[in-house]
Design a protein around this ligand. Structure first.
Ligand SMILES: [Zn+2]
Length: 251
């Protein structure tokens, strides 16, 4: 027998709801601010969180019923995502913790001394900071990744541009920290690259740059687009696979 069990943990964004399905306690989040209209939307995230969104007037009981009805599908998704990548534990930004740079994991070495700076040595990412709070180290590292990304991506675009003969001039390149995509190309031909790519191997960075440069000639993922991509990077499929795998841990 299924029983409406409990609700708890009200944050300003989500409310945790749970219910029993047989012996199984099912817990999920209900999004509190949502623009969903007239229906109940259920999403399983890559980090294995299950989030239901529904208009305000829908009762928690009805949301729970909707989740219960889709439990088979939800469990299928959870299984699929848990196979994809091991669960990522949040970074602690403490000495010795591994952080990626160009596809290699380096232990970080925090040295409590001003001025703030980060140096990549042969074996470590060396972080100088008077304040060694995790938040401070995180923001220093974010800024460092972004600076490194700006330098490297620009030189990679210069290097790769001669391959893409249809791009007659260098497109404008902007580097952003993005949550869900590696790059994009606007209809006006400007390219946006995710600063987080700096954490992946060089081949992955080149792949994303070439992918976006191909969009200058062909906006859609049409056969012509893939024909161009095959020409400029014949091995792109393998590289994309690697990037997709890394994406689960980085994005
Ligand atoms: Zn694309």
């Amino acid at each position: 027998m299924a029983l409406l069990e409990a609700e708890s943990n009200i944050t300003n964004k989500y409310k945790t709801l749970s219910f029993y399905q047989g012996d199984l306690l099912v817990t999920f989040s209900r999004a509190l601010k949502t623009r969903v209209k007239g229906k109940i939307l259920i999403k399983v995230n890559r980090d294995l969180r299950v989030v239901a969104s529904a208009p305000k007037y829908v009762s928690n009981k009805d949301v729970i019923e909707a989740v219960r009805e889709r439990l088979d599908w939800i469990q299928e998704q959870l299984q699929k995502f848990s196979k994809l990548a091991p669960l990522q534990t949040p970074k602690q930004f403490c000495n010795g913790e591994l952080h990626p740079y160009l596809g290699i994991d380096y232990p970080i070495n925090i040295i409590e001394t001003p001025p703030n700076k980060i140096l990549l040595t042969e074996n470590t990412i060396e972080i100088h900071s008077k304040n060694t709070d995790a938040n401070k180290i995180e923001s220093l590292m974010d800024a460092w990744y972004k600076t490194e990304a700006k330098k490297l991506f620009d030189s990679r675009v210069n290097e790769l541009l001669p391959k893409t003969f249809w791009a007659t001039k260098k497109p404008s390149i902007s580097i952003r920290t993005m949550k869900s995509r590696w790059g994009s190309c606007s209809t006006s031909g400007s390219i946006r690259l995710n600063s987080q790519l700096i954490k992946t191997p060089l081949a992955c960075i080149d792949y994303v740059i070439l992918h976006e440069l191909c969009h200058i000639a062909e906006m859609n993922h049409s056969p012509r687009f893939y024909h161009l991509l095959d020409q400029v990077m014949p091995e792109w499929r393998g590289v994309k696979k690697e990037l997709d795998k890394l994406g689960h841990g980085i994005l």
